[in-house]
Design a protein around this ligand. Structure first.
Ligand code: FAD
Length: 524
């Protein structure tokens, strides 16, 4: 491959590995490669900074988080370990400290608490148990909505809608109807971290201080291996290697490429692959979900709102400035409110002018506080992630019916093009710890490739028929091979009769057939 880079080192290829994207995934991957002794990499980042969707922004004299704002899960969460290592400042999030107002400005906090305790809370518990049980016996997928319904939750009022929105939509940025119940692993991840707590970041250096600190541990300022403002447009893979082209028509050549762009960027075809990605990979990418979330920050001269950490608005219009986070609690004296919306409402708002958005949210605040004076804000900040071609949304979500097999395809490399990012960690997808963990996983895979030249030359579809390994699946299928990630592959043998249950006679017939088939498998 000819070296056509304008400013690359004078080697046959510009680098052994090109890392595309300098968010948490890209920087963690580069640091891990560095620590393992692989130093011949180049990081290409489209924006003028590192950190990606971890991005602080200024409002008045305060620094707030336009993207990720929470450490989801304390305890042994590896993200918290990083936060502690780099002295990031954060405070506990008190979701239980809330007040609720309705569309007439009435305080309906008690009604909210009663409905939560008597109906939503038990149904939510039911859903979590049902999920665990369903995995243990390999049930097919279901939506969070169906599990909540089975648990007895039937929202009937604006207050009920708000309870659900605060507990489901505010986490997933999708409604319960379109989130996989079977693959809602985050609660188990919390269990594994031995925590139920979230932490709000309130560091003047911004949450991205963690990414910058990781970066500073292995690369010094001015090191040419990090190239900012390089928007990748094309990735071409040939037998000789991989060539990456940028918007400014600069090309970089390498043996391996790690793509860390968001699932939204990949879905939007912002980057062309040549040859095109195989169908199994495109299917895996396009069927996953990119959730939309927008945090708007407004600062006022005087604090007029209730003294709770969360101020909730029970509106007849769901997902319309319902969740207000009182930043005055996390940045005392700031007189800042953060309001969050998700989904299609984000698309609508991102198309409006800032002043139009502020005017809408002010009218909501004036409805909630009809008895008080709500003056114009003195400052505001409105991050737009959905319309930014480098992000195309906030974080990933696992849709109902999306299988573990397809998820394996989502993680899998295509030849020597590797993929990682917050969407590609099975148990923490969506969160920053997922970005971090996915980088560690993918570096192991790249290293295997580097150690055994030729091992990754062929583009193969990953194994079929993945199921979670447990006693039930072992009984249902014959040949199995347990993988490190806890999945089993059952490549050849059929489902046993126990799952069919048509009639006793038919069951016996099928059993005989299965035994004959298993014997054949065994002999072969
Ligand atoms: C509003 C919002 C709120 C969130 N809240 C939380 C939270 O509270 N807690 C939490 O844990 N997570 C949260 N997240 C998710 C979290 O930010 C992500 O999971 C994580 O930062 C993703 O890191 P990444 O490196 O995988 O991807 P990214 O950060 O997206 O990094 C990918 C990089 O690739 C670059 N790039 C994209 N396209 C190109 C191109 N064509 N050429 C070159 N470079 C390109 C981008 O500029 C970016 O820097 C939130 C995200 C948003 C947007």
């Amino acid at each position: 491959q000819q070296n056509t880079s304008q400013n690359g080192p004078a080697t046959q290829k510009d680098a052994t590995i090109l890392i595309l994207g300098a968010g948490m995934t890209g920087i963690t991957a580069a640091k891990t490669l560095h620590d393992k002794g692989y130093r011949n990499f180049i990081i290409l980042e489209g924006s003028n900074r590192i950190g990606g969707r971890i991005s602080e922004t200024q409002i008045g004299n305060y620094i707030v988080e336009g993207g990720a704002a929470w450490i989801h899960g304390s305890g042994t969460n590896p993200l918290l370990t990083l936060a502690k290592r780099f002295n990031l400042s954060y405070v506990a999030t008190h979701y239980e400290d809330y007040g609720v107002r309705d569309g007439s400005g009435r305080d309906v906090t008690d009604e909210f608490a009663i409905r939560y305790n008597t109906s939503f809370g038990p149904a939510f518990k039911y859903f979590k148990n049902y999920t665990k049980e369903s995995r243990a016996i390999s049930r097919t997928d279901f939506t969070i909505r169906s599990a909540l319904l089975m648990g007895g939750w039937r929202p009937q009022s604006a207050v009920d809608d708000l309870i659900e929105f605060f507990n489901i939509d505010f986490s997933y940025a999708y409604a319960a109807d379109v989130v996989s119940g079977l693959h809602a692993y985050i609660y188990e991840a919390y269990d594994a971290y031995n925590t139920t707590d979230d932490l709000t970041v309130n560091d003047v250096r911004g949450y991205s201080h963690i990414v910058r600190s990781l970066h500073a541990e292995f690369i010094s300022d001015g090191d040419q291996r990090l190239r900012l403002n390089e928007v990748v447009t094309d990735i071409e893979q040939t037998d000789e290697g991989i060539v990456v082209r940028t918007k400014d028509n600069v090309t970089y050549s390498a043996d391996h490429v790690l793509v860390t762009f968001s699932i939204g960027v990949l879905q939007n075809n912002d980057v062309r692959f040549s040859p095109p990605l195989p169908a199994w990979k495109r299917e895996a990418i396009h069927q996953f979900q990119q959730a939309l979330l927008m945090h708007v920050y407004v600062q006022f001269a005087e604090k007029f709102w209730d003294d709770h950490e969360f101020i909730l608005y029970a509106s007849e219009r769901r997902n319309y400035f319902n969740i207000w986070h009182n930043i005055d609690k996390t940045l005392p004296g700031s007189k800042i409110l953060q309001v969050s919306v998700v989904g299609d409402e984000v698309k609508r708002l991102e198309r409006l002018k800032d002043t139009e958005i502020i005017s809408e949210l002010l009218s909501v605040l004036r409805t909630m506080y009809s008895d008080r004076t709500v003056s114009e804000p003195i400052a505001y900040n409105i991050p737009r992630w959905y319309s930014n071609p480098l992000f195309r949304g906030a974080f990933s979500n696992w849709p109902p019916g999306y299988t573990i097999n397809t998820f394996s395809n989502l993680q899998a490399p295509v030849g020597k093009i590797f993929f990682a990012g917050e969407y590609s960690d099975r148990f923490n997808y969506g969160y920053i710890q997922a970005a971090y963990l996915s980088a560690l996983r993918v570096v192991d895979n790249i290293e295997e490739c580097l150690r055994k030249p030729g091992a990754c030359d062929v583009t193969t579809r990953p194994k079929e028929n993945y199921h979670e390994c447990n006693d039930h699946t072992r009984q249902m299928y014959s040949a199995n091979q347990e993988d490190e990630d806890g999945t089993c592959s059952f490549d050849e043998c059929p489902v046993s009769s126990s799952s069919l249950h048509l009639s006793p006679d038919f069951d016996i017939f099928i059993s005989k057939l299965v035994i004959a088939f298993l014997l054949r498998c065994f002999i072969l």
